[in-house]
Design a protein around this ligand. Sequence first.
Ligand code: HEC
Length: 216
Amino acid sequence: MRSVKPELILACVAGALVLAGCAAGGGGMAAKTASGIPLGMTGPHEVAALPDRPKFGRPISEADIAPWNIDIRTPDGLGLPPGRGSVAEGKTVYDTKCIACHGADAKGGAMFGTMVGGIGSFTTNARVLTPGSMYPYAPIIFDYVRRAMPMDRPQSLSANEVYAVTAYLLNLNGLVPAGAVMDAASLTAVKMPNRDGFLIDDRPDSAATRCMSNCN
Ligand code: HEC
């Protein structure tokens, strides 16, 4: 038996789609099926011609992107905004805007488990994932909270409030003193206990070089 080349089958499928497209858009020029009904019709009534092109979306402006373009390069803090906040100020933010879901002293509440402790627990079966035990870089807390918390009102905190509540969470985890003030520089300087706990995936089949400019 003669084998049919796969590329030939693909070409035929593409041809059929083009034909159907012409039929739907072309009104009177519609191709006919074997039964005589023009393609793109289910019965004797004409279907409305499709518009020239779909009216999906619109070009996005820099101003549209700006509120979402807030990522931080967490190892060196690039992208952290100006501002500052103390542990004490952070407790006020926390007790007003976070406690309902995360509980007193971030030890767990109605919506989420503890956000303190667990440091060093990863080598045991009872590992406890918290920002203190898991995050390799302190600016991750800032980035996460600014982007996503409070869960019911994300992006409602000022930069100062996010710095403050980040300082408070770090203090509850024993990673900064009670008098600490966090800003872009001091937050980046906090060494997280799990900084070296993540492995680089160096399997040969997963190797990929990241392209950062002029990528096609
Ligand atoms: C309406 C409930 C709610 C409120 C209010 C809230 N959170 Fe959350 N938070 C959650 C939930 C639910 C998660 C888990 C989300 C997930 O895993 O996708 C979470 C996750 C987090 C995490 C990640 C914890 C981890 O182990 O990685 C942090 C940090 C956090 N919240 C901080 C805050 C802070 C700070 C506030 C106050 C400014 C706050 N949250 C207010 C519900 C809330």
